[in-house]
Design a protein around this ligand. Structure first.
Ligand SMILES: [Zn+2]
Length: 309
């Protein structure tokens, strides 16, 4: 699983940071891509990355502020223009459907792929055999959501050496063993498949939050996450202003990470006022939660599956 930070700035683009967008590439699922937010200029950022629009399957919009959605209509049109034909689903707050329909219809943009738009309500919003996605409302100056992506646990590996000791070689029996069935061997002996399969490999948990001041929902979404991606619009010296505008400081984000017992915290949505000194935000967060990174545009963070335990 790779996180491609396409835009890491807050509010307006700067020469160093574009406005919000994050792409997640699922290496084990054919390189399919999900996106969280799509600020203006996201297409340019994609051109500078290894992300392919044709692989994009889902877009999650945290909230309707312009720096999170003004890149969306253009990106949808380009995906069609470039020959994308596979379905795309957009999840976003109430109003996202009208926004997309109006933009596409007024600009006479036709999409040659099926587009579904789902307006969010708190709870599980997507589930398949690989992943589930849950959303909760955060605390911002307009409805803003956070997302928790949970990967399903993978069944353990076949214990091939142990099978060989029983004289079981690769073949149709392996499938039954993997399914943990009870099997009678040609010798008449019964074996329990479960004893020949290693422990389950736990799935990864990733939490990505929209704009928010510190809140309980943030902790709930982030509990035991492998990676928490949290806004850090301001530093602690501007905490009062941060909270007034529904934002967090780097210090706030670190406290959420510590309370939720996450493994890694990545800060993004950085105000342009910290250009050239964003490392100060990292330092501020590290004092509370040492395993903190600060994202920059084009930063890629890779999260491997943990070993079975
Ligand atoms: Zn906002």
């Amino acid at each position: 699983m790779e996180f491609h930070f396409l835009g890491t700035g807050a509010g307006v683009p700067s020469t160093k940071r574009n406005v919000s967008s994050l792409a997640i590439r699922f290496l084990q699922c054919n390189g399919s891509v999900w996106m969280v937010d799509c600020g203006e200029g996201t297409q340019q950022q994609i051109l500078r990355s290894s992300i392919k629009l044709s692989k994009l399957e889902k877009i999650f919009i945290t909230h309707l502020h312009g720096d999170h959605i003004f890149g969306l209509p253009g990106l949808l049109g380009s995906r069609s223009f470039q020959g994308g034909i596979t379905p795309l689903t957009i999840y976003g707050p109430k109003g996202i459907k009208a926004y997309i329909e109006q933009c596409l219809s007024l600009s006479n943009t036709t999409l040659l792929y099926p587009l579904s738009v789902v307006e969010l309500e708190e709870g599980i919003i997507f589930e398949d055999k690989h992943y589930s996605v849950q959303c909760l409302l955060l605390e911002h100056v307009m409805p803003s959501y956070g997302f928790r992506i949970e990967e399903k646990a993978q069944s353990g590996e076949l214990l091939v050496d142990k099978l060989k000791e029983k004289g079981i070689t690769p073949g149709p029996l392996y499938k039954k063993v993997k399914a943990k069935e009870k099997i009678q061997l040609s010798t008449g002996e019964w074996i329990d498949g479960a004893e020949f399969v290693g422990p389950e490999v736990p799935g990864r948990i990733v939490t990505i939050l929209g704009d928010t001041k510190p809140c309980e929902a943030a902790v709930k979404l982030a509990v035991n996450a492998d990676v928490l991606i949290h806004e850090a619009t301001f530093s602690i010296e501007n905490q009062e202003m941060a909270h007034q505008y529904g934002h967090s400081t780097a210090y706030d984000a670190a406290k959420i990470a510590r309370n939720a017992k996450v493994k890694t915290l990545i800060l993004n949505h950085i105000s342009a006022r910290y250009e050239g000194k964003s490392h100060l935000l990292e330092t501020e967060a590290c004092e509370v939660f040492p395993n903190t990174y600060i994202a920059h545009d084009s930063y890629i963070h890779t999260l491997l599956r943990s070993k079975s335990s």
